[in-house]
Design a protein around this ligand. Structure first.
Ligand code: MYA
Length: 415
C-alpha cells in the first residue's frame, strides 16, 4: 500500500503504485461501504446532490458509550498538554506511523509539532484518542480530530480534521482502524459536528482530489547518499550540487519573518486569496495566530512589507516535518520543510517561493516539499522541484462533492 511519505520518483515505483491504485477501484471496502462517504459506484452520477450525505441526528440519539475494543485493550483520552503523554504519542508515531512505499523513511513528527497540531483554538481534548494495552498500559493506537471551519464553494461547514491514525505494527490487519474511526466519529458527533476532512496515501471511497508531492533538493549530496533521490542521467555530484545552489539571502526587499502584529494583515491577505478555491479553510485572526505565527522548529512564516507603504503584500509559510531514515549508516534524520499557505499579490509567486527556498536552506533543511495544490504548479518546475512517488488523496466525510476537483481547485493543506 502507498502512503504520503514521498521521495523523488523512480518511474518503476510509480508504475507499480498506479497499478495498485487502479486495482483498488474494484476492491471491496467492507468498512468504508458502510459509511456516509462518496462511493465508487456513484462516481459520475450527477443526479446525486452536493452537500451532506446524512442529516444530523438529535444529540440524545448519539451513542453515549464508547465502541467496544478487543478485551485486552482500553480507550484513553490523551492529554496533549502533558509532556509524559505527548512523549508516549511521539514514540508510538516515531516507530509506527507513515512510511514511504519502500520503507526507507518514516515521518518523525516532533513533540512540539504534535502539541501545535493538536491544540488549535477551540480544540477538544476528547478528540485525542488513544488505545492502551490493559495489562502494560502501553499506548498501541491513536487517532485525532481538531475542529476547523472548511468552506466548500459557498458554504462554511464546521468539520473535524482527522489525522495521526496509527496502529502499532504488531496489531495491524485486526480491524482496529474501523473501531477507532467510529469512536472518533462518535466523539465528533457529541460536539454537534457532522462532517470531517482527512488525507491519506491510500485510495479509499472516494477522493475529492488526488495531489502529488514535489521535492526541491536543498542538500542534494545527502539526499542522494540516503536514497531519497538519485543522480540524474549524465550528471555528476558536483554538477548536481551546482544545479541546486541558491543565493545566501532572500532577494525581495521587505521580506521578513511574520510577527504577532501582522496577524490582521495576514488574515485579510489569506482570506482573500483562499476565497478563489472550491475547498479551503475559513481562517479568522485566532486561526492565523495559531496556524501561521512562527514557532521554532514547527512553523515558519515570512511576508513582504512594502518598504515604501509598509503594506503587507505577500506571504509564504512552511512547516517542519523530519523523517527518520531507516537503516542508513551515516544519517538518521531527513530534515524536510513542507510548503503550507502562500499568497502573492505583488511579488511574483516564483520569486516569493525562491525566497522561501533560500530561508529553508539557511535553516539547514535538506529538502523542501510542496503539493500541486493552489497555484503551486506555476513555480514547481521552474524552481527545480521534481515529482515525488507519493500521492496524497483528500477526502470529506459525510459531504458529497459532485465532480472530482483538480488539485489547483483545492486551497487546503493538512499536516
Ligand atoms: S492517514 C495516515 C494513516 N496512518 C498510517 O498510514 C500509519 C501506518 N499505518 C497504520 O498505522 C495502519 O495501517 C492503519 C490501518 C491505522 C492506517 N484512512 O485495522 P485494519 C481502512 C482510513 O485491519 P490496519 C490519517 O491519519 C482500510 O481501507 N481508512 O487496518 C487520516 C480497511 O477498511 P475497508 C484506512 O492496517 C485518517 C480498514 O481500515 C486507512 O491495521 C483518516 C482496515 O482496518 C487510512 N489511512 O490499520 C481516517 N488505512 O475494509 C478516516 C486503512 O473498508 C476519518 N484503512 O477497506 C473519517 C472521518 C471520521 C470523523 C467523522 C466526523 C463526523
Amino acid at each position: 500500500e502507498t502512503n504520503p511519505v514521498s521521495k523523488e520518483d523512480s518511474s518503476l515505483v510509480t508504475i507499480a503504485r498506479r497499478f495498485q491504485d487502479s486495482m483498488s477501484l474494484g476492491k471491496t471496502h467492507k468498512f468504508w461501504e458502510s459509511q456516509p462517504v462518496g462511493q465508487f459506484k456513484d462516481i459520475g452520477d450527477s443526479s446525486l446532490p452536493e452537500g451532506p450525505i446524512e442529516s444530523p441526528t438529535l444529540l440524545s440519539e448519539v451513542k453515549q458509550e464508547p465502541y467496544n475494543l478487543p478485551s485486552q485493550y482500553e480507550w484513553t483520552t490523551c492529554d496533549m498538554e502533558s509532556d509524559v503523554t505527548c512523549d508516549e504519542v511521539y514514540n508510538l508515531l516515531k516507530n509506527n506511523y507513515v512510511e514511504d512505499d519502500e520503507n526507507m523513511f518514516r515521518f518523525n513528527y516532533s513533540q512540539e509539532f504534535l502539541s501545535w497540531a493538536l491544540r488549535p483554538p477551540g480544540y477538544y481534548r476528547s478528540w485525542h484518542i488513544g488505545v492502551r494495552a490493559k495489562a502494560s498500559k502501553k499506548l498501541v493506537a491513536f487517532i485525532t480530530g481538531v475542529p476547523a471551519r472548511i468552506r466548500v464553494r459557498d458554504e462554511v461547514v464546521k468539520m473535524a480534521e482527522i489525522n495521526f491514525l496509527c496502529v502499532h505494527k504488531k496489531l495491524r490487519s485486526k480491524r482496529l482502524a474501523p473501531v477507532m474511526i467510529k469512536e472518533v466519529t462518535r466523539r465528533v458527533h457529541l460536539e454537534n459536528i457532522w462532517q470531517a476532512a482527512y488525507t491519506a496515501g491510500v485510495v479509499l471511497p472516494t477522493p475529492i482530489t488526488t495531489c502529488q508531492y514535489w521535492h526541491r533538493s536543498l542538500n542534494p549530496k545527502k539526499l542522494i547518499d540516503v536514497g531519497f533521490s538519485r543522480l540524474g542521467a549524465r550528471m555528476t555530484m558536483s554538477r548536481t550540487i551546482k544545479l541546486y545552489k541558491l543565493p545566501d539571502s532572500p532577494a525581495t526587499p521587505g521580506f521578513r519573518k511574520m510577527e504577532l502584529r501582522d496577524v490582521p494583515a495576514v488574515t485579510r491577505l489569506l482570506r482573500n486569496y483562499l476565497s478563489q478555491f472550491v475547498v479551503a479553510p475559513d481562517f479568522d485572526e485566532n486561526d492565523v495566530e495559531h496556524w501561521l505565527l512562527p514557532t521554532e522548529n514547527v512553523i515558519d512564516s515570512y511576508l513582504v512589507e512594502s518598504p515604501e507603504t509598509h503594506e503587507i503584500t505577500d506571504f509564504c509559510s512552511f512547516y517542519t516535518l523530519p523523517s527518520s531514515i531507516l537503516g542508513n549508516q551515516n544519517h538518521s534524520a531527513l530534515k524536510a520543510a513542507y510548503s503550507y499557505y502562500n499568497v502573492s499579490t505583488k511579488t511574483p509567486l516564483l520569486q516569493l517561493m525562491n525566497d522561501a527556498l533560500i530561508v529553508a536552506k539557511q535553516k539547514d533543511f535538506d529538502v523542501f516539499n510542496a503539493l500541486d495544490v493552489m497555484h503551486n504548479e506555476s513555480f514547481l518546475k521552474e524552481l527545480k522541484f521534481g515529482p515525488g512517488d507519493g500521492q496524497l488523496h483528500y477526502y470529506l466525510y459525510n459531504y458529497r462533492i459532485k465532480h472530482t476537483l483538480r488539485p489547483s481547485e483545492l486551497g487546503l493543506v493538512l499536516l
